[in-house]
Design a protein. Structure first.
Length: 156
C-alpha cells in the first residue's frame, strides 16, 4: 500500500481519534499532520508485525499523549468544535450529547472509546495502549456504563 492510499484510508479515522482524545479541532488537525509526517518518514521501518492501522493508531496515540503532556490543556465539559461546526439539524442532539460526554471522560478513557468507536479490534487497542486484552474489555465495559448512566440522566 503506498502512502497516498494509507493517507486516504486512515485520515478520517485518525482525525476522529485525535479529536476524541484532544477535544480541540485545530489541535487535532496538527497532531494528525504530525502523525502522517511520521508515517511518511517511518514507512520503510514498518515491519508488518501488526496491521498498518494498529501502527498508525499507535503513532497517533503517542503524538496525542506527547501533546497533552506538553500543553496540559484539555477543556473539560466543552462540546467538541466539530459538533458545533456542523450545519444546523445535521447532527441529532443525542449524538451531540454523546460527543460532550466523551469529551468529559478522562484522557485514557477518551482514547479507548475513540478507538472502539472507530471499530478498532480490542486486541489492536490493547497493542496500541500496551494493555492486556482483558483490561481493555473491562475498561470499555466501564466506559460504556458511564456513558449509559449519563444518557439515562439526559433523558430524564
Amino acid at each position: 500500500m503506498n502512502f497516498e492510499e494509507i493517507y486516504s484510508q486512515y485520515y478520517q479515522r485518525v482525525f476522529r481519534l485525535c479529536i476524541g482524545y484532544l477535544n480541540d479541532r485545530d489541535w487535532a488537525k496538527d497532531v494528525v499532520q504530525e502523525t502522517f509526517i511520521t508515517v511518511w518518514q517511518q514507512q520503510g521501518k514498518f515491519k508488518g508485525e501488526s496491521s498498518i492501522g494498529t501502527w498508525i493508531f499507535r503513532i497517533a496515540s503517542n503524538h496525542c499523549l506527547r501533546q497533552i503532556e506538553k500543553e496540559k490543556r484539555i477543556p473539560k465539559g466543552q462540546m467538541l468544535r466539530d459538533v458545533e461546526d456542523t450545519p444546523a439539524n445535521s447532527i441529532e442532539p443525542r449524538t451531540a450529547f454523546l460527543y460532550k460526554c466523551i469529551a468529559d471522560l478522562p484522557e485514557s478513557e477518551r482514547l479507548i472509546i475513540s478507538l472502539e468507536l472507530e471499530d478498532v479490534d480490542q486486541k489492536e487497542i490493547a497493542s496500541i495502549l500496551g494493555l492486556s486484552e482483558a483490561n481493555v474489555r473491562v475498561k470499555i465495559h466501564r466506559i460504556k456504563e458511564k456513558l449509559s448512566e449519563k444518557f439515562k440522566a439526559y433523558k430524564e
